[in-house]
Design a protein around this ligand. Sequence first.
Ligand code: UP5
Ligand code: MG
Length: 195
Amino acid sequence: FTQDQISVIFVLGGPGAGKGTQCAKLVKDYGFVHLSAGDLLRAEQDREGSEFGSLIKNYIKEGLIVPQEITIQLLKNAILENYEKGSTKYLVDGFPRKMDQAITFEQVIVKAKFVLFFDCSETVMLERLLERGKSSGRIDDNIESIKKRFKTFIDTSMPVIEYFNEQSRVVKINCETSVDEVYEQVQSALKDRLD
Ligand code: UP5
Ligand code: MG
């Protein structure tokens, strides 16, 4: 892909910060294709005949980052599939969350336009995840997994955000207010950055 064919925005933030929620609103209003790396991994985990099913399940339960080869291939396939249908604008949600992924994706697929970073305290994220866990059915929405996800976010994913920040490519949004208030901030941040 080249920069003229597709545009990608990385959507990052801690577990339960609200990445998926805000992406859904952007899809509705701006026609982005929303690709959640976590959703793609969960779909691959459930796909009959997948050779990675049990590996993915274990990584997700332990809050660890699945080897980049798997995730990048899933993202690449999803982008190709949508590109063939004419879609050019992508929100890549929950990725890259480890340095190697950031480097490889931008080398082999496309350089992201910028990064939307949803900043949220662990207290708020924990509350949201436990609430969602009552009905989500996600194997990582329990206190043990959540603690591991928080640790991975701090140790492994924050360095990625710092890397993009050093290149002045991060738009930081506080997401502790209501969904609609957060979305207003997102929209005004986008207004400045989209052509
Ligand atoms: N909610 C949302 N916004 C709210 C607001 N403003 N006020 C009040 N409530 C709000 O939201 C979470 C909950 O909060 C929902 O109930 C929502 O209604 C409410 P959501 O929008 O789902 O937050 P999100 O940030 O998307 O949380 P998610 O749990 O999806 O984040 P994670 O980053 O933890 O999960 P993801 O699916 O991206 O990854 C899961 C796992 O997959 C990772 O831990 C990892 O093991 C693996 N993974 C990889 O290995 N590699 C990857 O590249 C990506 C994932
Ligand atoms: Mg999500």
